[in-house]
Design a protein around this ligand. Structure first.
Ligand code: PMP
Length: 355
């Protein structure tokens, strides 16, 4: 750390992303990417993209993406001004924290690690509420109407989700504060809160193209909410990084929204492989919750979480271990292709037999 770093950030603990190895020798089941490539429309859009166009700045209003999102969700009756496209949903979350958390925020202890980092970055008083023993969020813990709330639904790394009735209760019990629902994994079986946007003026939903749309490297996400909330986010976005989505990402984001069937089919496959993986892991003595994400959160009866992650790594497979007290016995394992998960299960069976 240099002597010049602003004192506000001296104690900041940055988010630690999952390992992204430079060589490609690992089976990567550690960062919840899709095992399937982006669809044909995206490939075509990329191959038609003219390098010369990069000379110019892109449209700072992201108008094409906003219109494509409105069209994609047209049955919900959300207009283009209900969407704020962002560079991944991490940027949407950052803007929401900045815009709507006055000086405090609430989120669960077992959840996406970035919430704690953003709280620190924006100097918020964080009420970190323990999830129940079974890792489920207890909605009755979020009824005080005294601060902004952020929940991942389905939650990560557990994969457990709240239903629409519970989300409605949260929204109506906290009428004076924004409730941010992070739906990074909703396409794998969760219930989206997007249809509630027209009813609740305190709801913001954050979404990403990184998981179900196979575009983690393109950095595309968005926040959705009522037009006044979106105007607030746009005000901050334009004060910080008005050209937040590159020309190429705007192009391929729009292309991905043109072929929803391709991604729905991939999600259907991933859900099937997830259920197969859960059954096989349980046969091997693992405890694992009924995940609604593109990952499972599993604990071996025989090996600790860290030991298991290291043993798998030695055998060429990366999974994610979170060393915090409540999660350290577990690993979060991304769902890959059927063949990849068969390799994982065989490797685990061998490993547990040897120990
Ligand atoms: N929310 C959750 C719960 C996540 O796990 C992630 C992925 N790390 C994100 C948001 C952010 O994803 P991205 O910025 O790629 O959209």
């Amino acid at each position: 750390m240099s002597v010049f770093l602003n004192s506000r950030y001296r104690s900041l603990c940055p988010y630690v992303p999952g390992e992204q190895p430079k060589d490609r020798k690992y089976l990567k089941l550690n960062t919840n990417e899709s095992p399937f490539p982006p669809g044909p429309e995206v490939q075509t859009a990329l191959s038609c993209a003219a390098a010369a166009d990069l000379r110019l700045y892109e449209d700072p209003d992201n108008a094409v993406l906003k219109a494509a999102l409105a069209q994609h969700f047209k049955e919900l009756g959300l207009s283009a001004d209900c969407f704020c496209p962002t560079a991944g949903s991490d940027e949407a979350l950052d803007l929401c924290f900045m815009a709507f958390a006055e000086d405090s925020i609430q989120f669960p202890d077992v959840s996406y690690g970035f919430y704690a980092v953003l709280s620190e970055l924006h100097r918020l008083d964080a009420r970190v509420t323990p999830v129940r023993e079974d890792f489920r969020i207890d909605p009755s813990d979020y009824q005080r109407n005294d601060r902004c709330i952020v929940l991942a639904n389905p939650n990560a790394p557990t994969g457990l989700a709240l239903g629409e009735t519970e989300i409605r209760a949260l929204l109506s019990r906290n009428p004076d504060h924004v409730v941010i629902i992070d739906e990074a994994y909703v396409d794998f079986g969760g219930q989206s809160a997007l249809p509630l946007i027209r009813e609740y003026e305190n709801l913001v939903v954050c979404r990403t193209f990184s998981k179900s749309r196979s575009l983690a490297g393109a950095r595309i996400g968005f926040a959705a909410g009522s037009p006044p909330l979106i105007q607030d986010l746009e005000r901050l976005r334009n004060s910080r990084n008005p050209y937040n989505i590159s020309t190429l990402s705007q192009l391929i984001g729009e292309a991905a929204l043109r072929e929803p069937e391709y991604y729905t089919e991939n999600c259907r496959k991933i859900i099937g492989i997830r259920e197969w993986t859960l059954r096989e892991l349980r046969k091997l003595g693992f405890t694992a919750a009924d995940s609604l994400g593109n990952f499972v959160f599993a604990r071996s009866g025989q090996l600790g979480g860290r030991a298991l992650a290291l043993a798998l790594r030695e055998r060429g497979i990366l999974v994610r271990h979170f060393p915090a007290e409540r999660t350290r016995d577990y690993n979060r394992i991304t769902i890959g292709t059927q063949a990849e998960m068969e390799r994982l299960v065989e490797t685990l069976a061998q490993l547990l037999e040897d120990c």
